[in-house]
Design a protein around this ligand. Structure first.
Ligand code: AMP
Ligand code: MG
Length: 326
């Protein structure tokens, strides 16, 4: 009698568990999350297949190897040093995409601002190392470097797979687009390995592949001035999101905040009241490039650009929007 009752209880328990499993739609396979330091940031991949994660990181490594300005043998370094390079398909794609955004923004997105990015970064580094006041770069030095900018001076020879600069001394920086492209490459590799549920995040350049169980992937966007506080959530499925802000890489001197994004018209860090730009787009390359574009263009011009592009949304936070601004 007691034995029969126990058996019935087990059957009932099993049935309840089965029902819960079926209703939740969850597979019991756990998600693995792996983080590696790549492309100057933390890259995090979440999915249920550990081996597939390795494959995805390999793709990111490949893009890092060609777009890393600090690796003397990377394609970007050879182009910057020699003024020309025999380029890979990925490198040519990155340059062509960058030129597309240069055109769309009337020059606000300009990878040839590299010499200016370097002098501002150098000043920040010096101030940090010496723990001294931040000395602004010399106005004449900025003027000189500005003469080396203009993405219309990048020549692409498709037949010979050559990229050339039209002017000596030019250099490029792919920091505004390469992480997004690396994320897209990683996602492509995950899909090729049969993965249909994953999240790839390269320093805030995110792609949500499929769903996590029954639900969309939930991405929390934090208050740029107070990262403990969330300001909104995004629930995404097969979409990318990227945020450009003046809060991850910046320097404060004399009460003023200097961003790492350069206005190609002035040669100085962008100073238009924007704190962060979040772009939701069908792919991570678009989201990455557009977040930088809108940051440089400013709220009004930036929104005008976004309205012209299908399937893209922008959320802009300005100094006025957040109470504890600096
Ligand atoms: P992101 O964080 O994606 O907005 O990219 C910022 C990075 O893009 C900087 O650290 C620079 O490497 C690069 N960059 C800075 N200013 C520009 C610009 N006006 N156009 C394109 N890339 C830029
Ligand atoms: Mg960007």
């Amino acid at each position: 009698m007691i034995k029969g009752y126990r058996e019935k209880s087990y059957i009932l328990l099993f049935a309840v568990c089965y029902l819960l499993f079926a209703v939740s739609g969850c597979s019991f396979r756990p998600y693995h999350k792996e983080t590696r330091l790549m492309m100057g940031t933390f890259v995090e991949i979440t999915c249920q297949d550990k081996a597939a994660i390795n494959g995805a990181f390999e793709e990111i490594r490949k893009i890092e190897k060609l777009a890393n300005k600090f690796d003397p043998i990377s394609e970007i370094s050879r182009l910057n040093k020699d003024g020309q390079v025999k380029a890979s398909v990925d490198f040519i794609f990155l340059i062509k995409e960058s030129l597309k955004y240069y055109g769309l923004t009337n020059g606000a997105f300009d990878i040839t601002v590299s010499p200016l990015v370097d002098i501002w970064k150098q000043k920040i580094k010096e101030a940090e190392e010496k723990k001294s006041a931040f000395l602004l770069p010399d106005k004449n030095e900025i003027k000189d470097k500005l003469r080396l900018t203009g993405s219309d001076k990048i020549i692409i020879n498709d037949a010979e797979q050559l990229i050339k600069f039209a002017q000596a001394g030019m250099s490029i920086d792919l920091g505004g687009i390469a992480k997004g492209y690396a994320v897209d490459k990683a996602v492509k590799r995950l899909k090729a390995q049969g993965i249909n549920s994953a999240l790839v995040n390269a320093g805030g350049n995110i792609y949500s592949l499929g769903r996590k169980g029954k639900r969309k992937w939930r991405i929390a966007i934090r208050n740029p001035r107070n990262p403990q506080k969330l300001i909104f959530y995004l629930d995404l499925e097969n979409q990318a999101v990227a945020t450009s802000g003046d809060y991850e890489q910046y320097f404060i001197s004399g009460g003023k905040r200097y961003s790492h994004i350069i206005n190609p018209k002035t040669g100085e860090p962008v100073d238009n009241g924007i704190v962060s730009v979040t772009i939701i787009a069908p792919d991570a390359t678009t989201a990455d490039a557009l977040s930088t574009c809108v940051f440089v263009l400013g709220k009004e011009e930036g929104m005008n650009l976004i309205k012209k592009i299908n399937h893209v949304e922008a959320k802009i936070i300005t100094n006025d929007d957040i109470s504890d601004n600096r």
